[in-house]
Design a protein around this ligand. Structure first.
Ligand code: RP5
Length: 163
């Protein structure tokens, strides 16, 4: 994207991308410029701190962070930036993502991470849009339209059941 990104999508490994791509897709649907990077809390800790500490000054407004297993990335990013951070727990082969969920959701008081469901990349993108929409009339109108369309699609499926 050519515009300055306002949402940063980070993930602990490129293997997380299939889970995070729906977040990117949601942002595209609302014309929200974003960037996506692999930033590992454990394998590239200095890069992670640099990313978190520079994020706000670079123009980002929200960070979406996804990781699996010992999923410390969202919490560590939240520790080093004043921006809102949305955590996405990835289900790995063992423990079905419960390990990831608990690693992300059980943050100490004072360091919040807004955690979406296991594998909930799309909702992470939509939540980022809503956070931005709180101070942006264009986006708020777009979110309202999205909600109306969602309701309409449910009613259309209900209608189809009656045929
Ligand atoms: C985590 O370990 C990553 O976020 C990923 O979910 C998981 C596995 O990473 P790879 O071994 O596939 O690189 O840090």
């Amino acid at each position: 994207m050519s515009e300055t990104p306002v949402v940063g999508i980070v993930m602990g490994s490129d293997s997380d991308w299939p889970m995070m791509e729906p977040a990117a897709q949601a942002l595209r649907e609302f014309d929200v410029p974003f960037e996506a990077h692999v930033v590992s809390a454990h394998r590239t800790p200095r890069r992670m701190l640099d990313y978190a500490e520079s994020a706000a000054d670079r123009g980002l407004r929200v960070v979406i962070a996804g990781a699996g297993g010992a999923a410390h990335l969202p919490g560590m990013i939240a520790a080093a930036t004043p921006l809102p951070v949305i955590g996405v727990p990835r289900p790995l082969d063992r423990l079905d993502g419960l390990d990831s969920l608990l690693s992300i959701v059980q943050m100490p008081a004072g360091v919040p991470v807004a955690t979406v469901s296991i594998g909930g990349g799309r909702n992470a993108g939509l939540l980022a849009v809503r956070i931005l929409a709180a101070g942006d009339d264009r986006l708020r109108a777009a979110v309202t339209r999205f909600q109306a369309d969602l309701a309409e699609s449910v009613l259309a499926r209900d209608d189809a059941l009656q045929d």
